[in-house]
Design a protein around this ligand. Structure first.
Ligand code: HXC
Length: 257
């Protein structure tokens, strides 16, 4: 497939998606939303892929939804086109997704990172929800996912003031799993993605689905989900292989079944 706003590459069992609108700091316009989603959905359908990495440039992961594209829209336009709807399919992929963030992750850029399962940050990363400065509010999940990541009070401060936070603060707050020197970001993302992609797909999918359930359900429902999902994995070849490999003191050879 030919993409114009992203670069897509398969490296081993990892699918790489690099946002590539440098002239606009990777602002997320509708074409980019469709392309990122199409690429992620294609990787998701490919059983040769066990992890996806989304990254941007050194200067910007993404500086937000494309303000110039939205500026003249009416409320009716927004609703009729479901302007950010393509992203729902991105958030729904079963494959684990890592956001490797360097530079600005603002507005929709921060929200895109939060649709991923893991956020790795360069020490240059800056996160924020500056929509309030534009007379709007986050529209791709920011008010909901940021609270779940950092708690109500920190999310409220960021969303109401529009202030940016650096990588260290974002790590302390629980948004970012790890901060690495900017020059190491892609190497660290590669190592992490390769590690994840070496596991069996049934257990990766089950783990991600259970993590998602934790975001969306009361504790008792989440625990019930986990119990069912855990039991179901005992019908997979990978469970037998993983456990016999342990007993035989060797590395497992997962077949993703
Ligand atoms: C469209 C953008 C853009 C954006 C940057 N650009 N962000 N274009 N949409 N979100 C463009 C600029 O217009 C400029 O192009 C080029 O990228 C480089 O940006 P500069 O501003 O010249 O760079 P710099 O001075 O380094 O400042 C970087 C920055 C600033 C601090 C990140 O660009 C900025 O504040 N951007 C907007 C951040 C923002 O408000 N994001 C939230 C968007 S709303 P030209 O051709 O003009 O030179 C959002 C809503 C989510 O995400 C969904 C609900 C509505």
């Amino acid at each position: 497939t030919e993409y114009e706003t992203i670069l897509v590459e398969r490296r081993g069992r990892v699918g790489w998606i690099t946002l590539n609108r440098p002239q606009a700091l990777n602002a997320l316009n509708s074409q980019l939303a469709q392309e990122v989603t199409a690429a992620a959905v294609a990787f998701d359908a490919d059983h040769g892929i066990g992890a996806i990495v989304v990254t941007g440039s050194e200067k910007a992961f993404a500086a937000g939804a494309d303000i110039k594209e939205m500026e003249s829209m009416s409320a009716a336009d927004m609703r009729a086109t479901d302007h950010f709807g393509a992203w729902d399919d991105f958030a729904a992929v079963r494959t684990p997704v890592i956001a490797a963030v360097s530079g600005f992750a603002l507005g929709g850029g921060c929200e895109l990172a939060m649709m991923c399962d893991i956020i790795l940050a360069a020490d240059t990363a800056k996160f924020g929800q500056p929509e309030i400065n534009l007379g709007v509010i986050p529209g791709m999940g920011g008010t909901q996912r940021l609270i779940r990541a950092v708690g109500y009070y920190k999310a409220a401060e960021l969303i109401l003031s529009g202030r940016m936070m650096g990588a260290e603060e974002a790590e302390r707050a629980g948004l970012v799993s790890r901060v690495v020197p900017a020059s190491d970001l892609l190497t660290e993302a590669t190592t992490l993605a390769d590690t994840i992609a070496s596991k069996g797909l049934p257990s990766l999918y089950a783990a991600k689905a259970a993590l998602d359930a934790a975001m969306e359900t009361p504790l008792a429902d989440g625990l019930a989900h986990e119990k069912q999902a855990f039991a179901a994995l005992f019908d997979t070849a990978d469970q037998k292989e993983g456990m016999s490999a342990f007993r035989e003191k060797r590395s497992p050879d997962f077949t993703n079944r």
